[in-house]
Ligand binder design. Structure first.
Ligand SMILES: [Ca+2]
Ligand SMILES: [Ca+2]
Ligand SMILES: [Ca+2]
Ligand SMILES: [Ca+2]
Length: 233
């Protein structure tokens, strides 16, 4: 008589374990720095434009006035606020908060000043790719960088996708295999998947908590297509 309830519990725990592992598997596949591949669940989903074009920026710690590998890098979603604010996206780790995470209201980096790349004495930075297969086109296996001083990969650049065992969100170091390799302009623009579906009075999607930033690289635009890049968790 007691076996039945026990096995029910065991069965439900097994089911829960299986569900949890399939969910975490899906999340691993879809994490920051991954590219959209055939049959991914987000493929074909709608993407929405940002109200103003987000900008890449850094919190100038470490050596002041110089972009250095200690400076956390962000997508500043509202480029006019010049500070780390809620729902900005980290491109590098900050403390124990991972690369690709959205900034939450109570996080310790909220309110820190952001310096745009390409202003004053700071170098320009743009998303670029390394053409590993040499076909002069942006391909599925070509890794992406936030390339500071665009043209070739430099020490301090941020890997947006993983490459040769270097994870997405890591910095290029002097001795790394990819340091010094040439980069090419990555076509496309930042947009987002409106996970919670909220819209404003004008009918436009609102970017907020849980929405996912993409680099929209391929025609048709405003749709998740193969080779697009997930820029947040
Ligand atoms: Ca600095
Ligand atoms: Ca901000
Ligand atoms: Ca290529
Ligand atoms: Ca939203």
């Amino acid at each position: 008589m007691r076996i039945l309830p026990f096995s029910r519990i065991a069965l439900s725990m097994l089911v829960l374990t299986l569900m949890a592992s399939s969910v975490s598997w899906a999340q691993d596949e879809m994490q920051y720095g991954s590219k959209v591949r055939w049959n991914d669940v987000d493929e074909g989903g709608p993407l929405s434009p940002f109200y103003m074009g987000p900008e890449f920026a850094f919190w100038d710690g470490g050596i002041r006035g110089v972009f250095d590998p200690e400076d956390p890098v962000y997508i500043n979603i509202d480029p006019t606020d010049d500070e780390v604010s809620e729902n900005d996206v980290r491109l590098t780790i900050f403390g124990d908060l991972p690369a690709g995470s959205q900034v939450a209201k109570a996080d310790n980096d909220v309110g820190q000043p952001l310096t745009k790349f390409g202003t004053g004495t700071t170098p320009r930075a743009e998303l670029r790719f390394l053409d590993v297969n040499g076909d002069r086109a942006y391909s599925l296996n070509d890794p992406i960088y936030l390339n500071v001083v665009p043209g070739k990969i430099n020490s301090g650049d941020v890997r947006i996708t993983n490459y040769q065992g270097y994870p997405a969100g890591s910095r290029v170091a002097d001795s790394d295999l990819d340091n010094g390799l040439p980069t090419s302009t990555l076509p496309g623009m930042l947009s987002f998947f409106n996970t919670n579906g909220n819209i404003n009075n004008g009918g436009y999607a609102i970017y907020d908590r849980g929405d996912i930033v993409y680099m929209d690289t391929q025609y048709p635009f405003y749709m998740v297509t193969i080779n697009d890049v997930r820029m947040s968790i």
